[in-house]
Every structure is written in C-alpha cells, then in structure tokens.
Design a protein around this ligand. Sequence first.
Ligand code: OSB
Ligand code: MG
Length: 368
Amino acid sequence: MKIEGIELIRVTMPLRNKFRTSFGTVHERDLLLVRVVTPAAEGWGECVAFGAPMYSSEYVAGAAEVLERFLGPRLLERGEVRAEEVAELLAPVRGHRMAKGALETAVLDAQLRARDESLGNYLGATRNRVPAGVSVGILDSVPELLDVVGGYLAEGYLRIKLKIAPGWDVEPVRAVRERFGDDILLQVDANAAYTLADARHLARLDDFGLLLVEQPLQEEQLRQHAELARLIRTPICLDESIVSAQGAADALALGACQIVNIKPGRVGGYLEARRVHDVCRAHGVAVWCGGMLETGIGRAANVALAGLPGFTVPGDTSGSARYYEHDLTEPFVLRDGHLDLPTGPGIGVTPDAAALAARTTASTWLTA
Ligand code: OSB
Ligand code: MG
C-alpha cells in the first residue's frame, strides 16, 4: 500500500465521571488519533498514551512528537508498506510502543478496508460478541462505591474490577462482597501501588475469592511478582509489566503471573498483542483485554481482539456510556452484558466528522 499522508489529530474528550486510580485522577481523556491515507482507503488508529506519563512512560504530546519526527517520516519515506512490515520498519526507533501501535493500527485498518476484511476476521476471532467487564475507580466513600457497582451490575456488566491503593483495598472489597455476594466476578487493580513488603497485607484479599489482583508491584519487578505469588493465594495478573510477547514469555517462565491483561497499545499494536495471546495460550494461561478509556475507535479494535479464543475471561471493554456522553463513533452498547464485534471492514467504525471536529484541539498533516 502506498502511504500518501498521515494525519495526527489531538482530541480532548470530557469523561462523564472522573476516573481515579493509584497513579492519579483523569477528568478528561487527552488523546491522539492517527489517520493514514492511501489511494485505496484510509485507516484509523487510537494512541492509548495519557496526557501525563503516570501509567507508563509514554504521554500523548511525546507520542505526537515521536510520530511526527521519527515514526511518520520512516513510513512515508518507504512509500509502499504492508501492515505486517510496519513494526520492523519502526524497530530502529527504541520504545514508544503506544505511538508505534497507533500507526500500525491505522495502516492495518486501511489495508483491511481496501480488501473488505474485518479486523476480527483477520486476527482470528472465533466469537461474534465478548463479555463486558467494567473498571471502577477509587471513590470518596464505600457507600458511593456500592451505588456505582450496583448501577453497573444493573446495566448487565458481567465482571467488576475495583481500583485499589494503600488505604482503599480490603474494606471496599469486603463491602462489595457483603452487598453483592460471592457469585459476582470480582477483581482488583493496584496499578503498581504496593511493594513486596506489603505481601502480608495483600494476603488479606485472599478471603474474598477474587479472580485476580492486577499489577500489585512496579513495572520492572518481575522477580518480586514471582516472590509475591508464593505469598498470596489470589492469582496475580500483570498489566504494566507486559510490554511484548517475549516479555510475557519471560514473566510466565518466572512464575510472575497466572493471568495476563493484554492492552494492544502497551505492546505496540494488534499484531504483537496477538503474539502475547498466542504465547499465553500455549502456556495454558488465560488472557483478557484491558482498556485505556478509549473512544469508539480504539474500542472497536479491542473488541475484535477480545474475540480470539484465549480471551476466556471478561475484559475492561465497557460500553461507550461508561466513559463518554458522546463518543466519536456510533456508541458501543451492552446487549445482555456483551459487546458485539464490529463486522464492517477494518476496525469497522469511523469517527463521526462533526463529533471529531468538536473535540479536536490540533492536527498535523505529514507527507513524504
Ligand atoms: O490499569 O487497567 C488499567 C484505565 C486507564 C489506565 C490504566 C488502566 C485503566 C483501567 C480502565 O482500569 C480500563 C477501561 O475501562 O478502559
Ligand atoms: Mg491495569
């Protein structure tokens, strides 16, 4: 495919409710869309980096800069490129997986649209809908938390994830179990807020039958996660630590986790995400699809990925209304606790021009 131009679109999306985690509070989603133009079709990718480098080292202005100065020009200089060649072409630029992933996704979307194939079909999805979970931020009080969780259960969400941090962990989990019973699928996410010295405290979560505890320790602490796994009974799931299929294989070999959250942006795109899925599946390790408060553009592609056979537990793929009053695309709506895989070509959705224009703060056009 000939890449004629690349547009980098900065967008600010107000969140319906602020989202608080152990690393900070997000009030609005500051994000970057990549639009790739080819003679046959155009393609879209959503960069998952946040406005500030708090979840990971990448952040949206940095992603825009590296795309404009290094990644975009490499692709445009090459001229003809297939999506399957993008990662290798960009490999001399170190790191910046979220920026690379958005660009690769836009190229892949254009390529699939040009031949009228859906992303789910291309990736090997074996289902046409996926069960939806929801991630619940840290709130000011337990009664407020119970209201919010009750609301999501009433909407049909099939799994609840509570964000935890020191001072907001055992008590909220206990309260949710007491109110909603032992049958709801419940898990927690620490976003790296603890240390191995907290092992005894984290073991108190073992009483509550949680599906998993996500990323209790820091990103680089694979060995410590393996150590922690010997000290608690709740299965450990890694998020931040898993940045490649090779890294996932290492984590599994070390015993650092028993389950893996796959976020395509974090690992550099959907092709690497599928390789993480394949490595885990070969080891008999379940995976689920994480989220980064995506708009419909990123969500569409995540839902397609979540249709692969190794995604055996509900992910953080929630309906549009969980995040935004007005999404950039047709909203994703829960049906019976599930989201349908898009069936159209490529990622299957495009931004509504008026909605996008209303939320765009800047755009840059790159050509060869
Ligand atoms: O750690 O999974 C995470 C959101 C932003 C950054 C990190 C995380 C999250 C979530 C929400 O938990 C996932 C979503 O609903 O998109
Ligand atoms: Mg997480």
